[in-house]
Design a protein around this ligand. Structure first.
Ligand SMILES: [Cu+2]
Length: 148
Protein backbone atom coordinates (compact mmCIF):
# COMPACT_ATOMS: atom_id res chain seq x y z
CA UNK A 1 0.00 0.00 0.00
CA UNK A 2 1.27 3.50 -0.81
CA UNK A 3 1.96 5.77 2.12
CA UNK A 4 0.64 9.32 1.92
CA UNK A 5 4.19 10.59 1.40
CA UNK A 6 4.80 8.21 -1.49
CA UNK A 7 1.51 9.22 -3.00
CA UNK A 8 2.45 12.93 -2.87
CA UNK A 9 5.88 12.30 -4.40
CA UNK A 10 4.33 10.23 -7.18
CA UNK A 11 1.74 12.94 -7.89
CA UNK A 12 4.40 15.63 -8.07
CA UNK A 13 6.45 13.50 -10.46
CA UNK A 14 3.40 13.03 -12.69
CA UNK A 15 2.80 16.78 -12.75
CA UNK A 16 6.41 17.49 -13.68
CA UNK A 17 6.27 14.86 -16.44
CA UNK A 18 3.03 16.33 -17.79
CA UNK A 19 4.47 19.84 -17.79
CA UNK A 20 7.61 18.63 -19.59
CA UNK A 21 5.53 16.88 -22.26
CA UNK A 22 3.50 20.06 -22.74
CA UNK A 23 6.59 22.26 -22.92
CA UNK A 24 8.13 20.07 -25.62
CA UNK A 25 5.32 20.70 -28.08
CA UNK A 26 4.22 24.33 -27.97
CA UNK A 27 2.50 25.29 -31.24
CA UNK A 28 5.00 27.14 -33.41
CA UNK A 29 4.27 30.86 -33.77
CA UNK A 30 4.65 32.10 -37.35
CA UNK A 31 4.51 35.76 -38.36
CA UNK A 32 3.20 36.41 -41.88
CA UNK A 33 3.98 39.61 -43.74
CA UNK A 34 1.52 40.20 -46.55
CA UNK A 35 -0.16 42.85 -48.63
CA UNK A 36 -3.55 43.73 -47.08
CA UNK A 37 -5.33 42.89 -50.35
CA UNK A 38 -3.75 39.46 -50.85
CA UNK A 39 -6.52 36.84 -50.71
CA UNK A 40 -4.40 33.76 -51.38
CA UNK A 41 -2.10 34.89 -48.54
CA UNK A 42 -5.09 34.96 -46.18
CA UNK A 43 -6.06 31.44 -47.32
CA UNK A 44 -2.52 30.22 -46.58
CA UNK A 45 -2.81 31.75 -43.08
CA UNK A 46 -6.00 29.69 -42.57
CA UNK A 47 -4.12 26.57 -43.72
CA UNK A 48 -1.42 27.22 -41.11
CA UNK A 49 -3.92 27.82 -38.30
CA UNK A 50 -5.74 24.61 -39.25
CA UNK A 51 -2.46 22.68 -39.07
CA UNK A 52 -1.10 23.50 -35.65
CA UNK A 53 0.53 26.89 -36.13
CA UNK A 54 -0.26 30.11 -34.32
CA UNK A 55 -0.32 32.61 -37.18
CA UNK A 56 0.30 36.30 -36.55
CA UNK A 57 -0.51 38.48 -39.56
CA UNK A 58 1.24 41.73 -40.35
CA UNK A 59 -0.41 43.61 -43.22
CA UNK A 60 2.25 45.75 -44.86
CA UNK A 61 2.51 47.74 -48.07
CA UNK A 62 6.20 47.22 -48.77
CA UNK A 63 6.62 43.52 -49.53
CA UNK A 64 9.64 44.13 -51.79
CA UNK A 65 11.45 45.69 -48.87
CA UNK A 66 10.40 42.87 -46.52
CA UNK A 67 11.77 40.23 -48.93
CA UNK A 68 15.01 42.16 -49.36
CA UNK A 69 15.45 42.51 -45.59
CA UNK A 70 14.83 38.78 -45.11
CA UNK A 71 17.24 37.70 -47.86
CA UNK A 72 14.63 35.97 -50.01
CA UNK A 73 16.40 35.31 -53.35
CA UNK A 74 14.74 37.21 -56.23
CA UNK A 75 14.14 34.01 -58.23
CA UNK A 76 12.30 32.39 -55.30
CA UNK A 77 9.85 35.16 -54.50
CA UNK A 78 6.12 34.69 -54.10
CA UNK A 79 3.36 36.75 -52.47
CA UNK A 80 3.72 36.55 -48.67
CA UNK A 81 6.85 36.18 -46.54
CA UNK A 82 6.73 34.57 -43.10
CA UNK A 83 9.09 34.16 -40.19
CA UNK A 84 9.07 31.19 -37.82
CA UNK A 85 11.88 31.01 -35.29
CA UNK A 86 15.05 31.85 -37.19
CA UNK A 87 13.63 30.74 -40.54
CA UNK A 88 12.04 32.56 -43.48
CA UNK A 89 9.10 30.93 -45.27
CA UNK A 90 8.30 32.36 -48.72
CA UNK A 91 5.05 31.68 -50.51
CA UNK A 92 2.57 28.80 -50.29
CA UNK A 93 4.72 26.24 -48.45
CA UNK A 94 2.62 23.34 -47.02
CA UNK A 95 2.42 23.28 -43.20
CA UNK A 96 3.71 19.70 -42.92
CA UNK A 97 6.85 20.59 -44.87
CA UNK A 98 7.49 23.55 -42.54
CA UNK A 99 7.05 21.27 -39.51
CA UNK A 100 9.56 18.75 -40.89
CA UNK A 101 12.03 21.56 -41.62
CA UNK A 102 11.64 22.95 -38.07
CA UNK A 103 12.01 19.51 -36.48
CA UNK A 104 15.28 19.00 -38.37
CA UNK A 105 16.60 22.33 -37.10
CA UNK A 106 17.89 22.93 -40.62
CA UNK A 107 20.96 25.03 -41.20
CA UNK A 108 19.27 26.60 -44.24
CA UNK A 109 17.78 30.08 -44.06
CA UNK A 110 14.33 29.09 -45.20
CA UNK A 111 11.85 27.43 -47.55
CA UNK A 112 10.04 28.69 -50.62
CA UNK A 113 7.42 27.66 -53.13
CA UNK A 114 8.39 30.18 -55.82
CA UNK A 115 5.65 31.97 -57.72
CA UNK A 116 2.00 31.12 -57.29
CA UNK A 117 1.39 27.43 -57.92
CA UNK A 118 -2.16 26.20 -58.45
CA UNK A 119 -2.85 23.40 -56.00
CA UNK A 120 -0.52 24.62 -53.25
CA UNK A 121 -2.16 25.42 -49.87
CA UNK A 122 -4.14 28.66 -50.28
CA UNK A 123 -3.99 28.34 -54.09
CA UNK A 124 -6.53 25.55 -54.50
CA UNK A 125 -7.93 25.42 -58.01
CA UNK A 126 -9.59 23.22 -60.59
CA UNK A 127 -6.40 21.29 -61.23
CA UNK A 128 -3.26 20.82 -59.14
CA UNK A 129 0.24 21.32 -60.49
CA UNK A 130 3.29 19.48 -59.26
CA UNK A 131 5.77 21.76 -57.57
CA UNK A 132 9.00 21.86 -55.63
CA UNK A 133 9.51 23.25 -52.16
CA UNK A 134 13.05 24.60 -52.15
CA UNK A 135 15.36 25.30 -49.23
CA UNK A 136 17.50 28.40 -49.64
CA UNK A 137 20.61 29.80 -48.03
CA UNK A 138 21.64 33.30 -47.03
CA UNK A 139 23.91 33.49 -50.12
CA UNK A 140 20.97 32.72 -52.44
CA UNK A 141 21.83 29.09 -53.19
CA UNK A 142 18.88 26.72 -53.17
CA UNK A 143 18.05 23.02 -53.45
CA UNK A 144 14.88 20.98 -53.83
CA UNK A 145 13.70 20.12 -50.32
CA UNK A 146 10.35 18.45 -51.01
CA UNK A 147 8.23 17.57 -54.05
CA UNK A 148 4.45 17.91 -54.24
CU1 LIG B 1 -0.30 33.72 -52.96
Amino acid sequence: MLSRRHFLVASAATLVARRAAFAQTPPPVITIYKDPGCECCAKWVKHLNANGFVAMVRDVGNMDEVKKTMNVPAALQSCHTAVVGRYVIEGHVPADVIKKFLAEQSSSLGLSVPGMVTGSPGMEGARSEHYDVVAFERDGKSRVYAKR
